[in-house]
Design a protein around this ligand. Structure first.
Ligand code: MIC
Ligand code: SF4
Length: 642
């Protein structure tokens, strides 16, 4: 029986567990990455483990999220990250060097390796045949310490690409089509593997756009083969020696298969407020727009930027539109400048932002009230832009650039030939913004600098025999981590300060969430399907932990958030009978009289609704390791006990 790429990568990093879908498996992690918004917690946790130097082949710490520096907080965090990196054997990518996923693909990623990143879009690395996964900061800290990373053995979906994209149709449209078909929960428990003749028509940056936004499917990761095109890309990055061929066996077996004929695709857009609300641009029609933002880890490669520059050349941005452009890395920005394309972009009236996440995470550029914003990003969750009633559409760079000129959402296929541009055969290589770690023998001399914004990491409580708690919030399906722990320019600077962050928890859905939690002491949140989708931010678990949330009861969970809850010592439980969801209300007092015994022995969990006088059954479905973590009161305590 032939192996898929996914199975090859898993087998070569397998540490423990049965490779049967649904079973927990342990994997060896070769490389890690962190970014600043999740990195501070990850390194605080790494420090708490008392390990001198990272044990991975390569670990990189990026600064790309909190670059606004409207107060001392971000700059303090940057210094902390820089000093930890130097001491502990980690490469430090300075602010200005670019978005973690873009830079990692350019400078560090290696086909065939595993990569664990404290950011949900780490699967970008799947574009060069890596098994690249997002996780909470604590999981990444454990991996940096040489610990095994655990996932549920995924099913593998073969997305067979045939044909070739028509002019004006982009890689973004491919992933939007996958999202349209599978939805934001369609990838849960699965790896999305791309095969077929169509793969050969896609360059590495295009493949990386597709694997990047596979995160929005809820997938464990996405992966492309590493082939001659990958070799060319690495060669152009001066890294041909890192190349290895990784192809699926001819008779590889998959759990599911989807066929996409690239030649049939049209320019698409995800409409407000979900990445899977996808329609053809032509079908949505020429709606008037206020803002266009081009960039983010999904679409900020040199290829994307050169296309945009070619479209903007000799034109002027529409008077009613504000166009921002954030090149993905210093390399991209530098080359745009050398090639003269930057000049075309500036001349057209675009507002050039630094090479960072920027508007994608609400770090500036919030649209006007009720404004319509076209973005080449990967998420359009309500309020994420910084303006509660903004209408954000996700589109390709081509659609974005043309619409910025016309002032309305425009199908690029209606505008004649795609302008010509040439992609250089070599990238400009200069890693002067990457600081290598101190040699091990000098590490002692490096002092880690903690600013006043850095507060303690909250610790979970060991599980009691019986748990009594009050329902403080009941929410619908597809609740995102942006709902649980919002980001944006006003809040993100406090990612190292859980007490301060806690006042913003669930604020969009309930003004008084934090206060109510404090009032009841022990709190429970009730959720629908796919609870906690979106980002890897463990703050969406650590803040509820700080506020006294002891359990989340939902119809189903997103992968990374479930792992983060367990790591924090919060019970993620699912309804055995989904109809019970309707029976529980806010303010109901719930008890789990035998919870410890039931978790420990893998039994169904008895839930008594004291307010309604009813009893329900819940499922945990925990592995032995997860049971131990929950009973110890979280991964930090569990690791300390060991
Ligand atoms: C995001 O896109 O939401 C983020 C910000 O990159 C997050 C990480 C974070 O919350 O810091 C992610 O996707 O994991
Ligand atoms: Fe940054 Fe946006 Fe990518 Fe998250 S999705 S890493 S915020 S660019």
């Amino acid at each position: 029986m032939g192996l898929s790429i996914t199975h090859k990568l898993i087998s070569s990093h397998w540490v423990s567990g049965k490779m049967v879908p649904g079973e927990e498996i342990g994997l060896k992690i070769d490389q890690t990455l962190t970014q600043d918004a999740t990195g501070t917690m990850a390194y605080l946790q790494f420090e708490a483990m008392g390990i001198d130097r990272v044990k991975t082949e390569l670990s990189v710490s990026y600064v790309d999220h909190n670059t606004l520096q409207s107060g001392f907080e971000n700059a303090d965090d940057h210094k902390f990250l820089q000093t930890v990196a130097k001491k502990r054997g980690i490469y430090f990518s300075r602010p200005g060097n670019g978005i973690c996923h873009q830079v990692h693909l350019e400078r560090f990623g290696v086909p065939g390796k595993t990569l664990l990143g404290s950011d949900s879009h780490t699967p970008t690395g799947g574009g060069i045949g890596m098994l690249a996964m997002g996780a909470g900061g604590l999981d990444v800290a454990v991996a940096m310490g040489g610990g095994t990373y655990y996932i549920t053995m995924p099913k593998v979906v073969n997305v067979k690409l045939i044909g070739k994209l028509s002019p004006w149709v982009a890689a973004k449209d491919v992933i939007l089509e996958v999202l349209r078909r599978l939805t934001v929960k369609g990838g849960v428990g699965k790896v999305i593997e791309y095969t077929g003749e169509g793969v050969k028509t896609l360059s590495v940056p295009e493949r990386a756009t597709i694997t990047n936004m596979g995160a929005e499917l809820g997938a464990t990761t996405s992966v492309f083969p590493s082939d001659e095109i990958t070799r060319e890309f690495l060669k152009a990055q001066g890294r041909e020696k890192d190349w290895a061929e990784i192809l699926p066996d001819e008779d590889a077996v998959y759990d599911e298969e989807i066929v996409i004929d690239l030649s049939e695709l049209k320019p698409l857009a995800a409409m407000p407020h979900m990445p899977d609300k996808v329609k053809a641009v032509s079908e949505i029609g020429p709606i008037k727009i206020d803002q266009v933002c081009i960039g983010s880890c999904t679409n900020s490669s040199l290829l994307d930027m050169l296309k945009v520059a070619a479209i903007l050349k000799g034109k002027t941005v529409h008077p009613d539109v504000s166009l921002t452009i954030s090149p993905g890395s210093k390399q991209v920005l530098n080359m745009l400048s050398d090639l003269g394309a930057l000049s075309d972009i500036i001349a057209a009236g675009a507002r050039i932002l630094e090479s960072a996440c920027g508007p994608c995470i609400g770090m500036g550029q919030a649209p006007k009230s009720g404004g319509v914003s076209l973005r080449t990003f990967n998420r359009n969750f309500e309020g994420r832009s910084g303006t509660a009633d903004a209408q954000v559409y996700l589109v390709s760079p081509e659609t974005a650039a043309i619409s910025a000129i016309t002032g309305v959402l425009t199908d690029p296929q209606t505008l004649g030939e795609m302008p010509e541009f040439t992609l250089p055969s070599m990238f400009k290589i200069d890693d002067n913004m990457i600081i290598p770690p101190a040699p091990a023998e000098e590490a002692d001399k490096v002092e880690i600098v903690y600013g006043p914004n850095i507060k303690e990491v909250p610790k979970g409580r060991p599980l009691e025999d019986e748990l009594k708690a009050t329902v403080v919030l009941k929410v619908e399906d597809n609740i995102t981590t942006d709902h649980i722990m919002p980001a944006g320019a006003k809040i993100l600077p406090y990612r190292s300060n859980i007490p301060y962050l806690s006042q913003f928890c669930f604020k969009q859905l309930d003004e008084n969430f934090a206060e109510n939690c404090k009032k009841v002491g022990n709190a429970i949140v009730v959720g629908g399907q796919n609870y906690g989708q979106g980002s890897s931010r463990e703050h969406a678990a650590l803040v509820p932990l700080y506020l006294g949330v002891r359990a989340v009861i939902a119809k189903s969970f997103a992968r990374m958030h479930k792992a983060n809850l367990i790591n924090a010592g919060i019970l993620p439980l699912t309804f055995i009978n989904e109809a019970d969801y309707d029976r529980i209300e806010k303010d109901d007092v719930l008890t789990m009289p035998y919870v410890k015994d039931e978790v420990l022995n893998g039994k169904d969990i008895t839930l008594k609704n004291e307010t309604k006088g009813e009893t329900y059954k819940l499922a945990g479905g925990f592995s032995d390791r997860q049971k131990d973590i929950l009973i110890s009161g979280g991964l930090l305590r569990y690791t300390a006990n060991k």
